[in-house]
Write a protein that binds this ligand. Sequence first.
Ligand code: AMP
Length: 282
Amino acid sequence: MLLFKKINDLRKHLDPERKLGKTVGFVPTMGALHRGHISLIEQSNKTSDLTVCSIFVNPTQFNENADLEGYPRTPGKDIELLTASGCHILFMPAASEVYPDNYKPARQFDFGYLDQPMEGAHRPGHFQGMAQVVSRLLDIVEPDSLFMGQKDYQQYAIVQEMLVQMQSATKLVMCPIIREPDGLAMSSRNARLDKMQRLIAPNIFRTLNEAKKNVKSLSPNQLKEAAMKMLALPGMEPEYFEIVDGRTLQPVEVVEASEIVIACTAVRLGNVRLIDNMVLKP
Ligand code: AMP
């Protein structure tokens, strides 16, 4: 695997490869990699000639300083995992490379309703920061395909809209959520859970499953109410549990009215904030 820290070096390597007709798959990450990230690399390897992974803890998408500072960083292990996965190129820029002093965001995005609810409501500025870095990385890597996890469903929906607004030729591929054996969605933040928190964290998956089981017999409001109760264990504080249309992210009142219905949730365990979701329909 090749490691680049400078934009120019990465471009110098990729341009001739592209001229030879090679396709590029791109997996942006914030590092502290786990099997969820690696599944995206494997998906890219299947359909692209070259896979580029980026590791960049983007300061502009954190709305809490403690979350940014406490974000796990494990570059040595990340490089080992990526090498073993068959990833071809790792791009690991410094913040000054991504946002030099003279950097002006090329675009402002208006995502309409998509960035308003759920994560948008609880993490002000998060999605503008995320969109800023993803569009910047897309300009640098110019991939044919972009691989993102269903784990961050709202992010996926916003990036899809961003690609339309950018009139980008890059194809967005959503990859399924990879879970621990007890159902907890893999996340870099799981490393920050203490023993007790880790023990109760699979309650998130159980709650999502319960909603899925009852989707035909209860209304979305009843499902939501039951889920918020089930999530409120001692030591676990639910922030939201929403049942939304998979395309518009608008709350669903009648399940039959939407083609895709998805339950999305965020909970806090002490200082650690976890998100998860599950498709309830189809
Ligand atoms: P992050 O490093 O958390 O910004 O995540 C980078 C990419 O990995 C995003 O597209 C995430 O949706 C995806 N991802 C994170 N966790 C998982 C998981 N458990 N399963 C599948 N994809 C994931």
